[in-house]
Design a protein around this ligand. Structure first.
Ligand code: UN1
Length: 500
């Protein structure tokens, strides 16, 4: 079951159909070609959106608990194929196997969550000021939900959006990253299996658009797409957000992060070091929740840095399919170049850089493996304020807690944040209104690896969207306020008398 072809077959894709296209899917593991995928034209994208629109009209009338059954079956199908899909994520995105499978587990978890939600799409009942009246809120599906996702979580991000959107009664049109078309096609194949077992799911309920910018733009600009949920860079969000707003569509943006961990003088340094290492070098620094900044109290800085350097020196880098490795490749050469440019800037801005160089170039001349870097900075310079999607950890020291908080909040992004401390006052201040300004704020846990049960997303340039758990489902529905008069009179609100 080890060749890419075997994996594709096991996931229900016929590898023969993945040849002759114009989009070349490559593995970042060794640069090898995996497939040549057929791209959609803009006309085909419009046709897919129309199919989805039609599907949504039928799906919205299916009772939500019955819709939940489709997600239950999708979760079951994913459980059966967790290993193969996880492996395909590793092959196509370069994650180590444990993280590839972990990503599929997130998909399973959100499906389970959606099944529960299918009986909990509650609205409020509100006291009316008028006698014989009742007010309530009803939640209805939006119609078509567009999903734009990035290479680094090529399957989970779709599932967070799709599971909620579907259970809420919408159809979904997905534009995956051009770097990861195979995992997207595999998800569609697994969805088709679940839909078949479900029986009467309307055709077009889940569509995928393979291609580049033009098909993405078709999705963004289509008036038939009620909500565009986009995950990726701040640059992408700056383009997508205003375009969707221009047509008064809704957006849900999950953009760049620049996540910091504060380590206070009372912290358990062993735990902190483990949290920082997982957050900073896991997924080769290519998570939006990756730990990019370490803000450490001067009294423990040397001790902590020593532990980090030791862990960095022994972290095995290499083929992510080999279970012993912890750090896989960067996605491509552009990513490597961006990392080198940032390290150069860090040095120019007074940083002391260790690591960051290319490794395994002889063995993998067409792949981009790097040693994760630590850059001790004299302060929060320009480069530190910028998200580079690579394993670079900028380290800054502080003296006063207020200074640490100011550094934590002093960047344009606001996704994830954490503090390691055993001081109750520091922990609670960090979580308070005047503490971390991020969408995620953790105590004695790192910045990455959030569970699906909480709302996921962040503030400022991160875009403000919330996906996944808690009440994020509301993003995928429209709210109607209903006032019902069961009296024989017609009193007006605010006590207005009109011609009486
Ligand atoms: C992302 O990188 O886009 O919290 C999402 C985490 C994962 C999700 C990351 N559950 O790190």
């Amino acid at each position: 079951m080890d060749t890419p072809q075997d994996i594709l077959r096991a996931l229900g894709l016929n590898p023969d159909t993945l040849t002759g296209g114009t989009l070349v899917a490559r593995s970042p593991i060794d640069g090898a070609e995996l497939a040549r995928v057929h791209e959609h034209t803009v006309a085909q994208a419009h046709a897919a959106i129309t199919r989805a629109r039609q599907a949504s009209l039928a799906w919205r009338d299916v009772p939500a608990p019955r819709r939940g059954e489709l997600l239950r079956l999708l979760g079951e199908t994913l459980r059966q194929h967790k290993h193969e899909l996880g492996r395909l994520v590793s092959l196509e995105a370069g994650k180590i196997l444990a993280e590839g499978e972990g990503e599929v587990q997130e998909m399973i978890d959100i499906c389970d969550f959606a099944v529960g939600l299918s009986r909990q799409l509650y609205g409020l009942t509100i006291a009316s000021e008028r006698p014989g009246h009742r007010m309530m809120e009803t939640w209805h599906p939006l119609g078509v939900v567009g999903v734009i996702s990035a290479f680094n979580f090529p399957v989970a991000v779709w599932s967070w959006n799709a599971a909620l959107a579907l259970v809420c009664g919408n159809a979904v049109v997905w534009k995956p990253s051009e770097k990861t078309p195979l995992t997207a096609l595999a998800c569609q194949a697994l969805f088709a299996q679940a839909a078949q077992r479900f029986g009467d799911a309307p055709a077009g309920l889940s569509e995928v658009l393979i291609g580049g910018r033009d098909v993405g733009e078709a999705l963004v600009d289509s008036h038939a797409v009620a909500l565009v949920s986009a995950t990726g860079s701040t640059r992408m969000g700056r383009q997508v957000g205003p375009r969707v707003a221009q047509r008064f569509g809704r957006v849900l943006l999950e953009l760049g992060g620049n996540n910091a961990i504060i380590v206070g003088p009372t912290a358990d340094l062993d735990m902190a070091a483990r949290g920082i290492v997982f957050g900073a070098i896991g997924t080769a620094g290519q998570r939006c929740t990756t730990t990019r900044r370490l803000i450490v109290h001067e009294s423990v800085a040397n001790d902590l840095l020593q532990r980090l350097h030791k862990a960095y020196a022994s972290a095995p880098i290499g083929n992510p399919l080999d279970g012993k490795n912890l750090v896989g490749p960067l996605i491509d050469r552009a990513s490597f170049d961006a990392m080198q440019a940032s390290l150069k800037a860090a040095a120019e801005q007074g940083g002391k850089v260790t690591g960051g160089e290319r490794v395994l170039a002889d063995q993998y001349p067409d792949a981009w493996y790097v040693r994760p870097a630590i850059a001790e900075m004299p302060g929060q310079t320009d480069v530190v304020c910028h998200e580079t999607f690579a394993p670079i950890l900028y380290v800054m020291r502080y003296t006063d807690f207020s200074q640490a908080l100011a550094l934590q909040n002093g960047v344009p992004q606001g996704l994830s944040s954490a503090i390691f401390t055993n001081d109750l006052r520091e922990a609670e201040t960090f979580l308070s209104a005047s503490g971390s300004d991020c969408g995620i704020a953790n105590v004695n846990i790192g910045t990455s690896g959030a569970e699906i049960g909480g709302a996921f997303g962040g503030e400022k340039e991160t875009g403000g969207g919330r996906e996944s758990g808690s009440d994020a489902w509301r993003n995928y529905m429209r709210r109607a306020t209903n006032t019902i008069n069961y009296s024989r009179n017609l009193p007006l609100a605010q006590g207005i008398k009109f011609g009486e």
